[in-house]
Design a binder for this molecule. Structure first.
Ligand code: ATP
Ligand code: MG
Ligand code: MG
Length: 653
């Protein structure tokens, strides 16, 4: 084979000046879409909509538009319409035979946002966005209402299908409407997803309370509304409250606010933020600059955390809490749920998809803008401030303890087992017959502790939701405290270093509440085992406990029911006791007393377990399944776990 290459009969084509191509117009975009939209995957496809929407948002933030309409059509084309100034249509001074509209759509680096004259703090800055969309669409129609006239021009794959023409009168309307259909030559079978666009549209409305965004979709995905109007005068604070739902938080209301830089620092721009802390989930931060999401963070995020960190340490000092000085940014972020949105002049992003903000000044502006407010807020609401401080100090202590444990473990010459502090171990010396219950929350751990058989049953309470490992980088995973505790308790390593023989227990039993949250945690754990400790499943070590949903009592008689069906059966035939049957539904494991928990869920003689297994005949299906389990909707996962008998196979023990 290799010889063929060297002595090949085909003469290689000459490599000379003629082989150096110069791509003209929008051709480079079609040749290398990745350079402009970061790939040709689903994310890139949706980014096209973001580019057009960002242009309308820029128009709104500049004070020229108050309404944006997004319509997803049945053929997966999209229309984005605003009531702004309208893209200029007059002949362009540099290209007198072309309109500005055509120049903007068909030339890279053509735009009105370079000088800061037409826009003050815009998300757009490269003059590339809409021309890239044009290059990668097989159909584009732009309509502009300006000077009481409606103009239109159509394009395909970046090439005008005719000049700008007047198509009607618009005596009291103005604005821009861009309709485009992504090109299947570039994106293949990928389709725009209503749910994703819906979310994008809604978050934009949260980011700029001065705009109303109207959503319409002609594609029914079963969950996304066909029509909606977004207008959020409450801004990010409302957004955060909505995102956290009814999770318990350390502050009653988020620490939220907005600062205009002009008033404080004499430069244009502003920062708005909202943050709260919760034990219920891993922390997150979503940041934006000029309404453009920056998933990789950047200087604005750095400034924000610096303000929060300095504020909380100073507060700790005032409150005479010596440990406050140990709090680091890492502690703030775990459990801290934050939204930060800044508007600045001439932002510098990394890459055309603008994933990270690089403007150094933003760090200072945001830090100084947020800092005073945080100090005042902490001083005014001492109850919340105290709760947050305690939580963060605990985080810091845990982190230091883990680090110290690691160091002592490394120092000790003999290989000694390190076990996490919260593991309630069993006393049996051998693995045979032993079980580890992974329980949700500390309260459930309490009754489980009394219900267990001390000799063979061990407990590991997990706090909050473990990291969604599928989406996480492996470095993040090894830093996750809950995951570290879990693998330490099991006595094994993750990934390729996993040895099934090292397992310290024979059965690993996931015991979570019989509700949606419990199912979520169970799904997270199963996914974790599937991706990091697969042999543990293949060798039949992983189980799900089946806590009952109902307890029926009639006089002195009492039965437990796993589900509605069983409950209704008993209700129909009666328990054989006296009087009325009393039905109670368990909301969580923590509600059951130790005896109930033992009889129904833990005692090997009376309980039911489900063994988790993976169907090997359909390996493709399994990967798909994990994806599905890890989708964004916990209810879906719950249904899935309940309905699916392939992944979760029934087994009476
Ligand atoms: N909806 C709109 N209303 C008014 N002007 C618009 C609109 N959309 C685009 N424009 C004009 O077209 C120009 C080019 O848009 P384009 O998206 O290509 O680049 P940009 O927004 O300047 O920068 P970026 O490449 O970062 O998006 C804008 O600078 C603006 O002057
Ligand atoms: Mg743009
Ligand atoms: Mg352009």
């Amino acid at each position: 084979m290799a010889d063929d290459l060297l002595t090949g009969a085909q003469p290689s084509p000459a490599y000379d000046a003629a082989s150096i191509e110069v791509l003209e117009g929008l051709e480079p975009v079609r040749k290398r879409p990745g350079m402009y939209i970061g790939g040709t995957d689903e994310r890139a496809l949706h980014h096209l909509v973001a580019e057009v929407l960002d242009n309308s948002m820029d128009e709104a933030v500049a004070g020229h538009a108050s309404r944006i309409e997004i319509e997803l059509h049945g053929d997966c084309s999209v229309t984005i319409k605003d009531n702004g100034r309208g893209i200029p249509v007059d002949p362009h001074p540099k290209f007198p035979d072309k309109s500005a509209l055509e120049v903007i759509l068909c030339t890279l680096h053509a735009g009105g946002k370079f000088s800061g004259k037409a826009y003050e703090t815009s998300g757009g800055l490269h003059g590339v966005g809409v021309s890239v969309v044009n290059a990668l669409s097989d159909f584009v129609r732009v309509e502009v209402a300006r000077n009481k006239t409606v103009y239109a021009q159509e394009f395909s794959r970046g090439i005008p299908q005719g000049p700008v023409t007047e198509v009607g009168q618009a005596p009291n309307r103005r604005g821009t409407s861009v309709t485009f259909h992504p090109d299947a030559e570039i994106f293949g079978k990928l389709r725009l997803k209503p749910a994703r666009l819906f979310k994008m549209a809604r978050s934009k409305a949260y980011l700029f309370s001065g705009v109303e965004i109207r959503w319409k979709s002609h594609i029914d995905d079963g969950e996304t509304p066909a029509e909606a109007v977004f207008h959020f005068p409450g801004g990010l604070s409302d957004y955060l409250t909505e995102t956290l739902g009814n999770a318990a938080t350390y502050a009653d209301r988020p620490f939220a606010g907005k600062v205009q830089f002009q008033e404080r620092f004499g430069v244009p721009g502003s920062v708005e933020w909202a943050i709260n802390w919760t034990p219920a989930r891993d922390g997150f931060i979503q940041s934006y600059c000029n309404t453009v999401p920056t998933p990789e963070g950047g200087t604005h995020e750095a400034g924000f955390w610096a303000a929060i960190l300095k504020g909380i340490r100073a507060y700790g000092e005032l409150a005479n809490n010596r440990k406050a000085k140990d709090i680091t940014r890492e502690d703030l972020i775990t459990g801290g749920c934050a939204l930060v949105s800044c508007f600045i002049r001439e932002p510098e992003f990394v890459g055309q998809t603008k994933d990270r903000l690089a403007t150094t000044e933003a760090a200072r502006l945001v830090e100084n803008g947020v800092r005073d407010h945080f100090d005042n807020w902490l001083a005014a609401d001492t109850k919340s401030a105290g709760a947050i401080l305690d939580f963060l100090v605990l985080r810091a202590e845990e982190r230091l303890r883990r680090r110290q444990e690691k160091e002592t473990a490394r120092k000790s010459a003999t290989k000694k087992l390190r076990l996490p502090g919260k593991l309630v171990d069993c006393s049996a010396a051998n693995r045979a017959g032993t079980e580890l219950f992974i329980v949700e929350g500390d309260s459930a751990g309490g009754s489980a502790k009394m219900a267990r058989d001390r000799k063979t049953q061990a407990l590991l309470p997990l706090r909050g939701k473990i990291l969604n490992v599928l989406g996480a980088a492996s470095s993040k995973m090894t830093q996750n405290a809950e995951i570290n505790d879990l693998s330490q308790a099991l006595g094994v390593s993750m990934g390729t270093k996993f040895r099934v023989d090292d397992l310290r227990y024979e059965k690993i039993i996931i015991m979570t509440d019989a509700d949606v949250d419990g199912a979520h945690i169970a799904a997270l754990l199963m996914t974790f085992f599937f991706s990091q400790m697969r042999p543990l499943i293949d060798n039949g070590h992983l189980y799900l406990a089946c806590p009952p949903l109902y307890r029926l009592t009639q006089g002195a008689k009492r039965v437990y029911c796993l589900d509605e069906v069983e409950r209704d059966e008993w209700l129909a035939k009666g328990l054989g006791g006296k009087g009325k049957i009393d039905v109670s539904r368990f909301k969580g494991l923590g509600e059951m007393d130790a005896k109930d928990l033992k009889d129904t869920t833990m005692n090997p003689a009376t309980r039911k377990l489900i063994r988790v297994s993976v169907d090997d005949d359909e390996p493709g299906e399994t990967a798909d399944l994990v994806e599905r389990l890890m989708g964004k909707k916990p209810e879906k996962r719950f249904e899935y776990i309940q309905d699916n008998a392939r992944f979760v196979e029934e087994l009476d023990v």
